[in-house]
Design a protein around this ligand. Structure first.
Ligand SMILES: [Zn+2]
Length: 525
């Protein structure tokens, strides 16, 4: 890859700008890290001098840089270091899981942790989660932790349970659940909503190992055209901020970052985020993240606790992002935000609901009336669609990821992958939002299809708006950051079955080509 010059003009391009004043263009000029002009035909020539780099796009399509509005970067980096037990990797039974972890154990000394992720009981022949005894059979001397595809359940073998201090006597922690054998009361190894509990008790990865995972994660992200990430991890705190800053400074992480802060870090009044030490367009502090769940059949936190949290964050002038999947939790999130707004009205608060997975029209009306944005995951339809069709009730299926309904109610909808839950490929998400097709080719909620432009907007302008960054990101407009993606085909001209061939050719962040597909015809003149 040649070094990008300070001034660069992309020419002969089919540019989808998403800028309503100038929706299409054939060239875009960049100075340093910003877009300075766009236009048609040959009028770019007058901007050119001897130091200007020219990138001839040979008619290819250029779109604004893609933004993943909800991803867990450290978990995504770690996913490159753990054994992938998803159905895509041909794991179709508990014995497949057993052979995979047995294999891992061969290369490590007893006592060293083994991590597996992405198992999906729906696709296992036994149609159940594995348990400690399944794991003990093959790996008795290494602690094992498997993470369910959702990230919300884990399975530990006996030695791992012992190391984290879970015995028959251990009570369920707040918000979590230890599954037990009905007869003996012995923990089965399956733990629900206990990720935080485990993180505190399992030794962290060595920094060098994590950095290796991050390099792979970065490579994947830029190859998918992702130029900005909003990290939604509820455990984010000052330590994560420092880690991100380090990664940003060392240049191993290309996409721009927005780091949400967990509610517990916020409550500790952690104000040591030294924003000025780094270019703010590289790393910014985002919303305060609150997890609201209903796994155990009652709200956690309770409605009154949630109201209190939301009021506190809202009064501090901070944006709030509430994780809410079910109708019940989405309602509770709305109620808490309404409660805070009644006490202190704020016009442009941009509080967000993350996921909002089940949302009938009545509830969408409520979300809209409160000015709440939604951050949805269209690619779940592609990756989980078959399971939804088989396991979700018809009543809920009607209102599952109802993206069109949300748009129709005037809600600002941004899109994301929730990576590593599914691969963070925005083109798959755009495809799923447009065609509502699962990987197996079945239609999931066909009435909720949206047009290409709206789908692209969820990954660009609307995602930028979700972090108050729409004046610097999200469209190809002079003055904004030069984050651009060159595609191998024009997505507006592709049929549903051709869309999966759509690929990113080049990713440009701040005017620099950070990634390009090998063997393509484009070149610098
Ligand atoms: Zn998430």
């Amino acid at each position: 890859m040649e070094p990008s010059p300070q001034n660069l003009i992309l020419i002969n391009a089919n540019i989808i700008t998403l800028d309503p004043f100038c929706p299409r263009a054939t060239w875009v000029a960049i100075e340093n890290d910003k877009i300075v002009a766009t236009g048609y035909g040959k009028d770019w020539e007058k901007l050119r001098d001897k130091n200007t780099g020219i990138l001839d796009c040979s008619g290819k399509t250029v779109i604004p840089g893609l933004i993943d509005a909800h991803l867990h970067l450290v978990s995504y980096a770690k996913s490159f270091l753990t054994s992938d037990l998803s159905p895509d990797k041909n794991v179709h039974s508990i014995s497949d899981i057993q052979s995979a972890i047995k294999n891992c154990s061969r290369s490590r000394p007893p006592g060293q942790w083994i991590f597996g992720r992405g198992y999906n009981e729906f696709y296992l022949a036994e149609k159940r989660h594995p348990n400690r005894w399944d794991l003990d059979q093959v790996v008795p001397d290494h602690p094992v932790r498997l993470t369910h595809r959702s990230g919300h359940a884990h399975v530990l073998n006996s030695i791992a349970l012992k190391l984290v201090g879970i015995t028959r006597e251990t009570g369920d922690p707040e918000g979590g659940m230890i599954e037990r054998d009905l007869k003996t009361g012995e923990p089965s190894g399956l733990l629900y909503e206990m990720g935080d509990f485990l993180v505190d008790r399992i030794p962290p990865l060595a920094p060098a190992a994590l950095e290796k995972g991050l390099q792979s994660a970065n490579q994947e992200l830029i190859s998918m055209g992702v130029t900005s990430i909003q990290d939604a991890s509820s455990r984010n705190d000052a330590e994560q901020w420092d880690l991100l800053k380090l990664w940003k400074k060392s240049g191993i992480l290309h996409p721009r970052m927005n780091l949400m802060m967990g509610i517990y870090a916020f409550n500790k009044n952690n104000t040591q985020y030294r924003l000025n030490e780094l270019n703010q367009n590289q790393l910014r502090l985002g919303a305060v993240k609150i997890i609201l769940d209903d796994t155990t059949g009652r709200l956690h936190p309770s409605q009154s606790e949630l109201n209190e949290m939301v009021v506190e964050v809202h009064h501090a002038g901070q944006q709030i992002a509430i994780h809410a999947l079910e109708e019940k939790t989405v309602k509770a999130a709305c109620e808490a935000i309404q409660f805070a707004l009644e006490k202190l009205p704020v016009k442009d608060h941009r509080h967000r609901i993350e996921h909002c997975s089940v949302c009938p029209p009545d509830l969408a009306r409520k979300v809209a009336s409160l000015g709440i944005s939604v951050v949805t995951q269209p690619a779940f339809i592609y990756f989980h669609g078959e399971r939804y069709l088989n396991t979700v009730s018809d009543e809920q299926l009607k209102h599952l990821y109802p993206i069109r309904t949300l748009f129709d109610h005037g809600i600002h909808v941004a899109a994301s992958s929730d990576g590593p839950i599914v691969p963070p490929d925005p083109l798959i998400g755009i495809h799923a939002a447009m065609h509502r097709l699962s990987a197996t080719g079945e239609i999931v909620g066909g009435r909720e299809k949206i047009q290409f432009t709206a789908a692209l907007q969820m990954y660009t302008l609307n995602a930028a708006r979700a972090t108050f960054e729409e004046t610097i990101k999200g469209t190809i407009t002079p003055g904004k950051l030069a984050d651009l993606v060159v595609l191998n085909a024009d997505p507006t001209q592709l049929a549903a079955d051709e869309f999966r061939n759509l690929q990113v050719d080049k990713t440009i962040i701040g005017g620099k080509v950070v990634w390009e597909r090998k063997h393509n015809a484009m070149s610098y003149m």
